[in-house]
Design a protein around this ligand. Structure first.
Ligand code: ATP
Length: 228
């Protein structure tokens, strides 16, 4: 099965700043839910933005859905197929009502008003917010905003989800709700998360970003192997 994403030897520095990525490599295959952890400022969001072409690395390769991506036009297709849920829902939601926020993308790609409204109902059901369509977005709780952000991304039927800190500032109950929603989705995912409880419940593999490279935080037990 060909990987959804394959990043090789990425190097990246913001202008006049020390390097953030210094040879980071990772692969995401269909069905996988990969967590990226690492200290604050390690470059996790930077890496995710490189994967969808919002930032360009100074060196390294990004292959998405079987094709190497270099130009803006290549990444426009990647962004259609890889739904990015931002760390801050206020960066994602900008319409007065939940229905308008969720319908924005589907209307933009040519769905009729009726189709878009059916999409709104479907994705709100999917995230457990049935009946929220006419709610005023800026009056929602932080947890509800986060779920609406996810719904607005699901409305575009992405092949892959990229989630930046999906449980940040959520209480235990809403975190459990996010866990249930994500576990019911078929999409492969890359999830930036500091939340070990969440990672245990959702992800299938974890990589840690440290000093610009991605490493397996729990490499197969070498002691056990060498003792054999
Ligand atoms: N636009 C920018 N210009 C200059 N430096 C930036 C910019 N964006 C991020 N940085 C810096 O790059 C480094 C990596 O940032 P990034 O947001 O990718 O880290 P992160 O691992 O996602 O952090 P956190 O866990 O705190 O969200 C940080 O030192 C940050 O201050």
């Amino acid at each position: 099965m060909s990987p959804c994403f394959e990043a090789t030897d990425l190097h990246f520095a913001y202008p006049h700043r020390p390097p953030v990525l210094a040879g980071a490599s990772m692969t995401l295959v269909p069905g996988e839910r990969l967590a990226i952890t690492g200290p604050n400022g390690a470059g996790k969001s930077t890496l995710m933005q490189i994967l969808v072409g919002l930032l360009r690395p100074q060196a390294g390769r990004v292959v998405a859905f079987g094709t190497e991506r270099r130009e803006e036009a290549d990444f426009a297709e990647v962004r259609r197929r890889a739904g990015y849920v931002f760390q801050d829902p206020d960066d994602q939601l900008f319409c007065p009502t939940v229905a308008e926020d969720i319908a924005f993308g589907p209307l933009n790609i040519g769905q009729s008003r009726d189709e878009a409204l059916r999409t709104v109902t479907r994705v709100l059901d999917q995230v457990g917010l049935t009946g929220f369509a006419d709610r005023v977005t800026h009056k929602l709780s932080g947890g509800e905003k986060r779920l609406v952000s996810l719904a607005s991304v699901l409305a575009m039927e992405p092949d892959v989800l990229l989630l930046d800190e999906p449980t940040n500032a959520l209480d235990e109950e809403t975190t459990d709700r996010m866990v249930t929603v994500l576990n019911a989705l078929p999409q492969a995912m890359i999830v930036i998360s500091h939340d070990a409880h969440f990672r245990r419940k959702v992800v299938t593999r974890t990589l840690r970003l440290r000093d610009g490279v991605l490493v397996d935080p729990q490499p197969t037990c070498r002691h056990a192997q060498s003792a054999e």
